[in-house]
Write a protein that binds this ligand. Structure first.
Ligand code: NAD
Length: 491
C-alpha cells in the first residue's frame, strides 16, 4: 500500500472526498518522481455543495463585527509566522523556487493577513454633507456575497492569501479553487485558517480541474464575484462565461526594464538578474525584456553574460542554487520552443537556450540580444528563464519600445536623470513602474495590478483590495420630520 497521503476538499468545515472519488498527484518539479500527495478532483457536485455551505455561513459571517473577523485573521497570521520555515520548504518541494523566495512568498501571505486583519478596524466609508437641512449622508461597505477565487501556482501562498484575506475581512464567504500544480500549499493555507477558528462554511476549498471545478464556479449564479489570477486566455474565457457578476482579472505580463546610458550599470545588472531569472522567470512581473541604450549595450551585454554564466541551476532546497526548475514538463517544453523561435527569428543567442542534462524540469538561463521589438520572443509571455535585449537609440524610442506590447503590468527604468525618471513614470503604460529597481517587489499595502491585456481595472492589496471585495451602499438619514425632495425643495 502506498504511504503517499490523500488530501481532501474542505467543505462546510470538514475535510471530504470529492463526489467523483478521483484524485490527481502533485509532484516535485526538481525531482518529478517525488509525489507530495494525491488531491481530490473536485467537480460540479462538489462546487454545488460548497456553494450551499457558503450560502448558510454568509448569513452569520457577514453580520460578525469586522474587528472580530480581523482577530481571526490575526491568529492566522501568527500561525503562518510560527510555521514559516516548514511552509517555505514544502513550497519549494511543490513548485521548485529557491528556498529564500519561498520564504518571501510565505512572508507576503503573513503581511497581507496582518494588513487585512487591521482593515477590520477600518473598512471605512465616507460621510458627506447633504444638500438638504437635517439630513445626513454617508456610504458604508457591504460584503458582496459568495466569492469564487481562482489562483495560479507561481505564488502558491501569497496570491491565495491576497484574495482570501481581503474577501473574508469584508464579510464575504469564499470558495477557493487553487491551481492543480500547487494544491499542497493551498491545503496548508486553508488548514491554517481552520486552526485560527474560522467558522465552518465561511471558507471552502475545492481542488480540481479548471474546466470543470473552475468553470462551475465561474458560471454559478449564486456566486456574486469571481477573482481570478492566471493566464490571459483563461481570463478572457472566464470573462465571457461569468454572466452578471463582478469579475476581477489579474493576468500575464511582458515586463520591460529600460537601461539608459547614464544608469548605474552594476545596479541595473542586479535588477535584470533578479527580474529576469528570479523564480526561473515564472513571475507575472518577470523582466523578460531589457531595453538598452545603444551607447552602453555592448558593455552591459558582457556584464550580463558573465553573471548569467555563474547562475547555478538546481533543487531550490540546496543553499547554492540560484535558479530552480520550471513548474512542469509543459513549461519546460514551452521554454525550449521559444528558445528555438528566438533563433529562427534572427535574435542572437548570447548564452543558454537548452534543457540541461538533469532530472527535473530545468531550463538553462537564456539571453538573446539584438531583438527586434516585434519578434515573438519580445512580445509573448514565455514564463521561463529567457530574457531578450532590445537596443534603442534614445529615451523616446525606449518608451515606445516598452509600451509596444499588449500587456501592462510592471516596468522599470534605470537612470540618474530625474527628469527622465519622472517622464517615464507618466509615459509608461503599466500598473507598476520602478525607478532604479527591478520589475518585482510589490508591498501588500499598495495596490497591485495591470492595465491593457493584463487586467480589467481591479487592483489587489491595500485599500484597493477592499474595494475589489466590497459593495458600497449609500445611506441617507432624514431627521427633518417632513418630506424633503432632493433637487426640488431647495430652500
Ligand atoms: P492558468 O490560467 O493556466 O490557471 C490559473 C487558474 O485558473 C488555475 O487554478 C486553473 O485551474 C484555473 N483555470 C484554468 N482553466 C479554467 C477555466 N476554464 N475556468 C476556470 N478556471 C480555470 O495560469 P497558470 O499557468 O496557473 O499561471 C500562470 C499565469 O498567471 C501567467 O500568465 C502569469 O503571468 C499569470 N499571473 C498573473 C499575476 C498577476 O497578478 N497579474 C500573478 C501571477 C501569475
Amino acid at each position: 500500500m502506498s504511504s503517499i497521503k490523500n488530501f481532501k476538499l474542505y467543505i462546510n468545515g470538514e475535510w471530504v472526498e470529492s463526489a467523483s472519488g478521483e484524485t490527481f498527484p502533485s509532484d516535485n518539479p526538481a525531482k518529478p518522481k517525488q509525489i507530495l500527495g494525491f488531491f481530490q478532483k473536485g467537480n460540479k457536485e462538489d462546487i454545488n455543495k460548497a456553494v450551499d455551505a457558503a450560502e448558510k455561513a454568509f448569513q452569520q459571517w457577514s453580520q460578525t463585527p469586522a474587528p472580530k473577523r480581523g482577530s481571526i485573521l490575526l491568529i492566522a497570521a501568527q500561525l503562518l509566522r510560527e510555521n514559516k520555515e516548514t511552509l517555505a520548504r514544502e513550497m519549494t518541494m511543490e513548485m521548485g523556487k529557491v528556498l529564500a523566495e519561498s520564504k518571501g512568498d510565505v512572508q507576503e501571505a503573513i503581511d497581507i493577513t496582518e494588513y487585512m486583519a487591521g482593515e477590520g478596524r477600518r473598512l471605512s466609508g465616507n460621510t458627506t454633507p447633504s444638500e438638504l437641512r437635517k439630513k445626513f449622508a454617508m456610504t458604508i461597505r457591504m460584503p458582496i456575497g459568495i466569492c469564487g477565487l481562482i489562483t495560479p501556482w507561481n505564488f502558491p501562498m501569497a496570491i491565495p492569501a491576497w484574495k482570501i484575506m481581503s474577501a473574508l475581512i469584508c464579510g464575504n464567504a469564499v470558495i477557493f479553487k487553487p491551481s492543480s500544480d500547487t494544491p499542497f500549499c493551498a491545503t496548508r493555507l486553508v488548514k491554517t485558517l481552520e486552526r485560527a477558528g474560522l467558522p465552518r462554511g465561511v471558507l471552502n476549498m475545492v481542488t480540481g480541474p479548471g474546466d470543470t471545478a473552475g468553470m462551475t464556479l465561474v458560471r454559478h449564479r449564486k456566486i456574486r464575484a469571481i477573482s481570478f489570477t492566471g493566464h490571459k486566455d483563461t481570463g478572457a474565457y472566464i470573462l465571457k462565461e461569468a454572466g452578471l457578476k463582478r469579475v476581477g482579472l489579474e493576468m500575464g505580463g511582458k515586463n520591460g526594464i529600460i537601461i539608459m546610458d547614464d544608469a548605474n550599470l552594476d545596479l541595473a545588472l542586479d535588477g535584470v538578474i533578479w527580474g529576469g531569472y528570479g523564480t526561473t522567470g515564472q513571475r507575472c512581473t518577470a523582466a523578460s525584456r531589457v531595453i538598452v541604450h545603444e551607447k552602453i549595450k555592448q558593455k552591459f551585454e558582457t556584464m550580463l553574460v558573465n553573471r548569467v554564466r555563474r547562475l547555478k541551476l538546481g533543487d531550490g532546497l540546496k543553499p547554492d542554487t540560484d535558479v530552480g526548475p520550471l513548474i512542469n514538463k509543459t513549461a519546460q517544453e514551452k521554454s525550449a520552443r521559444y528558445a528555438q523561435l528566438g533563433k529562427d527569428e534572427g535574435a542572437r543567442l548570447l548564452i543558454g537556450g537548452k534543457k540541461p542534462k538533469m532530472d527535473g524540469f530545468f531550463f538553462e538561463p537564456t539571453l538573446f540580444t539584438d531583438c527586434a521589438v516585434d519578434m515573438r520572443i519580445a512580445q509573448e509571455e514565455i514564463f521561463g528563464p529567457i530574457v531578450s535585449i532590445i537596443p534603442v537609440k534614445n529615451f523616446n524610442e525606449a518608451i515606445e519600445t516598452i509600451n509596444s506590447i499588449e500587456y501592462g503590468l510592471s516596468s522599470a527604468i534605470y537612470t540618474n536623470d530625474v527628469s527622465k525618471a519622472f517622464e517615464a513614470i507618466t509615459r509608461i503604460e503599466a500598473g507598476l513602474t520602478y525607478i532604479n529597481s527591478s520589475t518585482i517587489g510589490s508591498e501588500v499595502h499598495l495596490p497591485f495590478g495591470g492595465i491593457k491585456n493584463t487586467g480589467i481595472g481591479a487592483r489587489e492589496g491595500g485599500i484597493e483590495g477592499i474595494n475589489e471585495f466590497s459593495e458600497i451602499k449609500t445611506v441617507y438619514i432624514d431627521y427633518s420630520g417632513k418630506l424633503q425632495r432632493a433637487q426640488i425643495d431647495l430652500d
